[in-house]
Design a protein. Structure first.
Length: 120
């Protein structure tokens, strides 16, 4: 088997220089950097939450609870949790006229199913 550098069994690698030093970060410095980065992200998220809570939503802008419901549905949740979050968000948004119309449609559907006469 031949490669551009030579044969695999020859042991000569043109890319590696013998004696070249590499700078490797020590594990404790990597941990510190990650900790600082996480703290910054956490502070930024806290600021965003406070900003969303404190500002009154504009007319076309969704409310804080709707934003949180959207975030809940975008996370990895079970189907049941997603369904409940979406139902709750819908319940808050639907106005009474649509609720009444929805109820009437559901009653019609129930009445049209077989066995509906026996239930009444």
């Amino acid at each position: 088997m031949m490669t551009p550098q030579g044969s695999l069994t020859s042991g000569s690698f043109s890319e590696v220089e013998i004696g070249k030093t590499f700078s490797v970060k020590k594990p404790h410095t990597i941990d510190k950097e990650l900790k600082v980065k996480r703290e910054k992200e956490l502070k930024q998220r806290q600021k965003e939450k406070e900003k969303l809570k404190s500002e009154p939503p504009a007319e076309d802008e969704p409310h804080y609870s709707d934003v949180m419901a959207q975030k809940m549905t975008s996370k990895k949740l079970s189907r049941k949790e997603k369904r409940l979050a979406v139902r709750e968000a819908i319940r808050k948004k639907i106005n009474p006229d649509l609720k009444q119309e929805l109820k009437e449609l559901n009653d019609k559907i129930k009445a049209s199913k077989p066995g509906a006469l026996r239930r009444q």
